[in-house]
Structure formats: structure tokens, C-alpha cells
Design a binder for this molecule. Structure first.
Ligand SMILES: [Zn+2]
Length: 447
């Protein structure tokens, strides 16, 4: 790949250990990797003028259900808490096909890209009508974002006392076999990997104790990461105490679900002992503030987690419970919620942006190559035009989460432009949105 030189960025937010920010700076990229930072750099290759722009590392989304982009603002689920919300949506999701999975993922990934996200995880835990994880992976390849696709699963249906209809649950041996299949087919361990696979039973209340344990053994054997939902709200804690006789942290620990190769979504209700456990074991958290507000789950103790040393990243969560998928807006909400909980000094805009970039990269095990702007790191960059109306009058445009903007001008993944001049350039997005509208309307008509 020829060189690309980003020239004359107003502010370059490196996210290095010292929090260095460079003014009027250039970034030289070669073969998808950052090779130099500084002023007055030269190239024989292409140049991209970044005057009037703040450049940050690409944002990293650590929790999502891309298939849910087709079920935003579903009337019966707009005002329910977690368990009621799930039981409203399960019958709709049971009608999905591979086409729904692909189109929904393309839409969700395009939305993420426009909001500065270069790497997303996805948690797909239902596979109706021949759907496969491959459908989502194909979508990520089409748009050109990095994807950590996790092979989710549910095995306890209504007839066994669970929440999902029996048609959405799978046999546990088949689940483990398909985990092996997708790991062998897609998992890439190289530093520039565009696809990595994780193993991700949906939650402790939708699979058996044995599957949780076996999934952890399988993931460690294959060298992939583990992901699930944990301690999301009060109902979740009550279920754990009643069913397992312990809190979620103890349950996770007893089944091998702690360690630097594990990250849990939500963790709104972690207590002090669980925060200590996560910090000691370097177990990661995907904080999803908008979803937690939307479902009235509570405010996750992110300040306490960060102070204790728990790795924390951000997630937009599925579009059925947000219902947006704008990652930079999610970072702003993370900052605001910690202030509501703990006062105006509880989280600065720069710390929230650090969680959204470097924090997410570290949670996903990519901290050596993603999440910073430094020589040797992959060229995943978000370019924010701060000369427009949103940031007009800002004395400190690098405090991006205070004044905006909330859409990128350009987005580079592995040195390639996915967004240029505010438009996704790797896809025919209007055609994707037409497909999305057709499928959503048919679902709403119960067809
Ligand atoms: Zn979720």
C-alpha cells in the first residue's frame, strides 16, 4: 500500500501514557501502520489535509448486538425493563434470516463508522432460520471495520424455565461445535487482524452452568477471548442469588470467567468485592451507559472500577435498547452519568474519550496495536472537523465530548478511508438503508 500523509491536524490526541496532544501535526502512514508523527513530514504518496480538525485514535466499541438494528423503538418494548423487554422482542427476532442479519449489521456498522468507531465487537446469541455468525462477519468485511465477532448462545428455553422461546435456543454440544468452526474459519491472531472471534454464551440466565464452564475451557484451549452479560440490573442479581446461591462475580469466578481474556457487558451492579476481583484478575468491563439508562438498570460504578484498576471500555449495546449506535455520543453519556453519580469532577471529557479509544482496545486485548496514535500502531484514526457549527466557540476543541461534533469528517481503518467528507465510501449506504427499511416494515407487519 502506498503512503498516506495526514497533514496539519489542528490537534492530534495521541492517548499515550502522558496524554500528549500535538498541535499543527502530521501523521505518516505506511502499509496501514503509523510510522511517524510530527511537523513538516513529507511523502511521495497521497496526502489528506486535516487543517481545522482534531484527530483521535479510532473509537472501539466493546459491546453490541448488530442484528438488533432492525428492531429499534419497537412500541411494546419502549418502556419495559430488561426481562420484559426481552420477552417482547424474542418472537420478532425468531423470524430473522441470514438476510436480516447481514443488512442489520451493515446498517449498525455504518452508524458506528460515522461516529468514529474503527473496531467493534458483536455479540450474536441467536441463530434463527439458518443464520450464522458468518453473516455478520461478511458485513464487517464489506464496510471495512475491524470486528471482534463473538459466538453467543442460549440453551435454556421456556420449557426449561428460561426466558427465550424454545425455537431460539440451541443444543449445547452444537453450540460448542459451532464455536470451534468459526474460530478455525475466521480467528486471526496477527497484529493487524480485521476479524477475531470470541466465545460468548448470552448470560448466566440463558445457558447452563456446564456450558459456561465448557465455553471457558474451549476458549482457553483455542486462545480466544470470553464475553457475556453480567450483573446488569437488580433482577439479574436477584436471579443469581436465588438460582446459584451467590452473586454474579462469584458465579463467574467459579466457572473460569475472570481474567485478562474475559470481558463482561454492563456490570452495573458490581459490589466492592466484585470490583476488587475484576481489578485483581484484570477482567474487563464493557460499560453501556445509554442502554443502562434506557432500561433503567442503574449507573455502573465506573469511577470506582477505574480507580481500582479494572479495564473499562465502552459499548453502545444493541440498537433495541439504546436505540442509537453513536459511539462518541455514548462516550459523552459515560462522562455525564459519572458526574450525576459522583459530582462534576468524577470524569473529564478527556478521560471518557480515553475509555472510548485506548480503554476499549485494552479490553479487547488489542492495546499493543490499537487505541493510540504512535509509531507502530495500526492507522485506525477518527478525523473530527471542529470548524463547523457544533464546535463553534469552543475554547478547547480537543474536549470533543463537551461540544462535538458527533460525526466524523473522515475515518481510517488500517490506513484505508471508510468515511470521507462525512459519507461512508465503502458501501452503497442508500441501498443498504432501502433494504433495512423493507425488512423492518415487513417485520412490523408481522410478515
Ligand atoms: Zn447486550
Amino acid at each position: 500500500m502506498p503512503e498516506l500523509l495526514l497533514r496539519n491536524a489542528r490537534t492530534l490526541v495521541t492517548m499515550d501514557d502522558a496524554g500528549t496532544e500535538l498541535s499543527d501535526a502530521d501523521i505518516l502512514i505506511r502499509d496501514g501502520v503509523i510510522v511517524a508523527l510530527g511537523q513538516g513530514l513529507a511523502t511521495q504518496g497521497d496526502t489528506l489535509d486535516c487543517a481545522g480538525c482534531v484527530v483521535t485514535p479510532g473509537l472501539v466499541n466493546t459491546h453490541h448486538h448488530l442484528y438488533q438494528t432492525l428492531t429499534r423503538a419497537v412500541p411494546g418494548a419502549q418502556d419495559a425493563a430488561l426481562f420484559g423487554w426481552l420477552t417482547t422482542l424474542y418472537p420478532i427476532w425468531a423470524r430473522f434470516t441470514p438476510d436480516h442479519m447481514r443488512v442489520s449489521a451493515l446498517t449498525g456498522l455504518a452508524e458506528l463508522a460515522l461516529s468514529g468507531c474503527t473496531t467493534s465487537s458483536d455479540h450474536l446469541y441467536l441463530y434463527p432460520n439458518g443464520s450464522r455468525l458468518d453473516d455478520t462477519i461478511e458485513a464487517a468485511g464489506m464496510i471495512g471495520l475491524r470486528l471482534h465477532a463473538t459466538r453467543g448462545a442460549m440453551s435454556i428455553g421456556q420449557s426449561a424455565g428460561g426466558l427465550p422461546p424454545d425455537s431460539l435456543v440451541e443444543d449445547e454440544a452444537a453450540i460448542l461445535n459451532d464455536c470451534l468452526r468459526v474460530i478455525d474459519a475466521f480467528h486471526d491472531t496477527t497484529p493487524g487482524a480485521m476479524i477475531r472471534i470470541g466465545v460468548a454464551p448470552c448470560s448466566p440466565f440463558s445457558v447452563s452452568r456446564e456450558l459456561m464452564r465448557d465455553a471457558a475451557i474451549l476458549a482457553r484451549d483455542k486462545g480466544v477471548m470470553l464475553h457475556t452479560h453480567l450483573a446488569e440490573n437488580d433482577e439479574d442479581i436477584a436471579y443469581s442469588l436465588a438460582k446459584f446461591g451467590c452473586r454474579p462475580g462469584d458465579y463467574a469466578e467459579s466457572l473460569g470467567w475472570t481474567g485478562p481474556d474475559v470481558w463482561h457487558a454492563h456490570c452495573v451492579k458490581l459490589d466492592a468485592a466484585e470490583i476488587d476481583l475484576f481489578a485483581r484478575t484484570r477482567t474487563g468491563v464493557a460499560h453501556c451507559p445509554c442502554s443502562n439508562c434506557r432500561l433503567a438498570s442503574g449507573i455502573a460504578p465506573v469511577r470506582a472500577m477505574r480507580d481500582a484498576g479494572v479495564p473499562v471500555g465502552l459499548g453502545v449495546d444493541g440498537s433495541a435498547s439504546n436505540d442509537a449506535g453513536n459511539l462518541v455520543a455514548e462516550a459523552r453519556m459515560a462522562m455525564l452519568l459519572q458526574r450525576v453519580a459522583s459530582g462534576p469532577g468524577a470524569m473529564s471529557p478527556r478521560e471518557a474519550l480515553r475509555i472510548a479509544t485506548r480503554g476499549g482496545a485494552e479490553v479487547l486485548g488489542r492495546g499493543d496495536h490499537l487505541g493510540q496514535i504512535a509509531p507502530g500502531y495500526r492507522a485506525d484514526l477518527a478525523i473530527w472537523d471542529v470548524s463547523g457549527v457544533e464546535a463553534a466557540g469552543s475554547w478547547d476543541p480537543a474536549s470533543l465530548l463537551l461540544a462535538g461534533p458527533t460525526r466524523v469528517r473522515d475515518l481510517l481503518v488500517e490506513g484505508r478511508r471508510v468515511v470521507a467528507e462525512g459519507q461512508v465510501v465503502t458501501l452503497d449506504l442508500p441501498a443498504v438503508l432501502a433494504d433495512q427499511r423493507r425488512l423492518a416494515e415487513a417485520l412490523a407487519r408481522n410478515e
